[in-house]
Design a protein around this ligand. Structure first.
Ligand code: LMR
Length: 331
């Protein structure tokens, strides 16, 4: 029979050891996404993992699940909110249900180029949008670029009339729905992982995406034509839940905040290179003709699509639209 003093000491040792073992368990961050690794988002996620594990050894472990291997884009938001994953980088087109203001990024022909997108995202108005879903426990950590979207189809698209009655796969966005309706086409929301099949089987005739996503999903195998319209953008918001991020030990959160900044810079620097390189890959595959538009031809698409803005102006907010447009001017 142990004397009380020895009992107390034994307890301290056992629970102390347990405590140390528990404290030594790394915090696991599951980062799920839907694209391949050789993409801006894929590389950003890997950089986040590398830096976190280098700088917080034993304290943080990052598991990256690319290519919809853990969750598709239809399930990733729910998984985040349930705490089954801790970080996702979701296309800005897929936040309709959570905030109306982020729909801004889908307005066709809003930004002249990625540099303008970047200027807006870094502006006070852009940064404020990162916090627009806090009431729903979603916190935006950063914007990650993919790039400008192009149109593709199983027939050449030069004029907006060429899109008449064609079915286009879209991301789940009411703005994108209206954008395709504006040219007389039939928009069909579909999750990312089934786009190839949708195009192969003729369920849809065309789509819009960046060269990076187009090539990495092998869409050049099932689309004969790409029209270089640069009519919109496909970028991401890197998000987590406020509960998770605010619940991290402060020293770890501070370090992760820095790592977010660095991995964002890495992903954003790589984005343009990936898109240029994947455009070349599409050309090299010789399966798909890339149609360049004259300025007049591009204007015809803009004239048809831009009236969509008016339908969303109230929801998004005219001031926000103005702030975004102002970013096209280099100050
Ligand atoms: C898409 O659905 O086309 C994109 O949002 C996929 C992605 O994450 O780049």
């Amino acid at each position: 029979m142990l004397k009380p003093i020895w009992k107390a000491l034994a307890c301290t040792l056992v629970f102390g050891a347990l405590g140390t073992a528990m404290a030594a368990e790394p915090i696991v961050i599951k980062f799920s996404h839907v694209v391949g690794e050789q993409t801006p988002k894929g590389q950003g996620a890997l950089m986040f993992k590398q830096l976190a594990e280098e700088r917080l050894p034993g304290k943080v472990k990052v598991e990256v699940y690319p290519n919809s291997t853990l969750y598709g884009d239809d399930k990733e938001m729910e998984a985040l909110l349930l705490g089954d994953v801790q970080i996702i980088a979701r296309s800005l087109a897929k936040f309709d249900q959570y905030t109306k203001s982020v729909q801004l990024f889908d307005l066709p022909f809003l930004f002249d180029d990625i540099a303008a997108v970047d200027r807006f995202q870094q502006s006070p108005a852009g940064q404020k949008l990162l916090k627009s879903m806090e009431s729903k426990n979603v916190t935006g950590l950063a914007y990650w670029h993919n790039g400008m979207k192009q149109l593709s189809a199983d027939k050449p698209l030069r004029k907006p009339e060429d899109a008449l009655d064609l079915a286009f796969r879209i991301q789940t966005s009411t703005v994108l729905e209206e954008q395709f309706k504006a040219v007389g086409a039939k928009p069909k929301p579909m999750i990312f992982s089934v786009v190839y099949q949708g195009l192969r089987t003729g369920l849809v005739n065309g789509t819009e995406n960046t060269y990076s996503n187009f090539y990495n999903q092998k869409l050049h195998e099932v689309q004969k034509y790409v029209t270089e319209t640069n009519h919109g953008i496909l970028d991401y918001m890197l998000i987590t839940t406020s509960d998770f991020w605010n619940g991290l030990p402060p020293d770890i959160r501070t370090e992760l905040d820095k790592i977010v900044v660095e991995s964002t810079a890495h992903a954003n620097k790589e984005a343009e290179r990936f898109n240029q390189q994947d455009k070349q890959h599409v050309l090299d595959a010789k399966t798909t003709e890339i149609i360049a538009l004259t300025p007049e031809e591009r204007s015809a698409w803009r004239d048809k699509m831009k009236p969509v803005w008016a339908k969303f102006e109230k929801e998004i907010g005219p001031d926000l639209i103005q702030a975004a447009q102002a970013a096209n001017q280099v100050q």
